[in-house]
Design a protein around this ligand. Structure first.
Ligand SMILES: O=C(O)/C=C/c1cccc(O)c1O
Ligand code: FE2
Length: 312
């Protein structure tokens, strides 16, 4: 068994509402280096912990955790569409292992995934199908959320499973860090929006284009007094990355959901994917980690970070 980890922010505004060319180049360079590392590692399996943004999962049945044995990318924003290469039997074995670990997880045999899962997969591998991949979706956008300790325990259960596999495994976490894009809340939503949040699968191309236009417009004013969204919080992001790098994962159990939303934005909870990823790696033994990049990028509505880690 050999395990590497990469946790990255994602942003569907990359390429649609870019910051200055120097920042774009910085990020392109970091991603190119990370991708070269993945290529050299040549993973036999990828586990991607990812959020969904009301593309595959809706309030008609909103699971805290889902593992997919088959999935298609909806191709939102500029991401690739089509099937992922999921090793069905391994995904089912992993689902059984998680359930045997006293954790509940939903199983999907036909999941739709969005940029929250596919952008990082594409950036790290150039494709949706290059390597066998098992998506584990962690609800990070649709409150209420379970406590952070549950996410850590999920990650640990996955790590114990991976420790028994004689494979090179890449663990990905995707999302965060601090940010608050204009994703609507069910609580208090007008009927039309509530109906979308409850059962808005397979929107028309026009509805998808309108959503994209709203996000771009939000990116143009994000971080200015004109924006009603909680701004980025670089200090919060740095402290969170330090906690992971310094292997202080036990402190995650004290994370308070409302405090994080207030301090760093509602979508900051996408860091749940990073928590699961690091807990999985930590369950396989001591690890070393490094911060590859951080910058608060308003144009992308992203406290944009990249961390790499591996078994020590
Ligand atoms: O789901 C959407 O339409 C937008 C999501 C989004 C916007 C900005 C930054 C992100 O990380 C997002 O996921
Ligand atoms: Fe997101």
């Amino acid at each position: 068994m050999s395990i590497k980890l990469k946790c990255l922010s994602h942003t569907p505004l990359r390429g649609l509402n870019d910051p200055g060319a120097d920042v774009v180049k910085e990020v392109d360079d970091v991603l190119a280096r990370s991708r070269a590392e993945v290529e050299a590692f040549d993973p036999e399996l990828i586990i991607v912990f990812a959020p969904d943004h009301y593309n595959g999962l809706f309030y008609d049945l909103m699971p805290p955790f889902v593992i997919a044995t088959a999935a298609d990318s909806v191709g939102d924003y500029q991401t690739m569409s089509g099937p992922l290469s999921i090793p069905r039997d391994t995904a089912l074995d992993l689902a059984r292992h998680i359930l045997d670990s006293d954790l509940d997880i939903a199983i999907s045999h036909r999941l739709q995934v969005d940029h929250g899962c596919t952008q990082t997969l594409e950036e790290m591998t150039g494709s949706l199908t290059r390597y066998p991949v098992i998506p584990i979706i962690i609800n990070s956008v649709a409150p209420p959320f379970g406590p952070y300790r549950r996410v850590r325990k999920l990650g640990e259960a996955v790590g114990r499973f991976l420790a028994k596999l004689d494979k090179r495994v890449l663990i990905l976490g995707t999302g965060g860090l601090s940010h608050e894009p204009p994703v609507p809340l069910l609580n208090g939503a007008p009927d039309e929006i509530a109906n979308f949040l409850i059962a808005g699968r397979n929107p028309t191309p026009e509805a998808r284009a309108a959503r994209q236009a709203r996000t771009i417009a939000a990116g143009k004013i994000y971080g200015t007094p004109e924006s009603a969204q909680t701004p980025l919080n670089a200090e919060w992001d740095q402290a969170f990355m330090d906690l992971l790098i310094e292997r202080r994962l036990d402190e995650i159990d004290d994370f308070k959901i409302d405090e994080i939303s207030k301090a760093a934005g509602r979508s900051t909870h996408e860091i749940r994917t990073w928590v699961a990823a690091f807990a999985a790696l930590a369950a396989t033994g001591p690890y070393s980690a490094r911060k590859d990049y951080y910058r608060a990028i308003n144009e992308w509505i992203a406290g944009y970070g990249v961390i790499s880690a591996e078994q020590a």
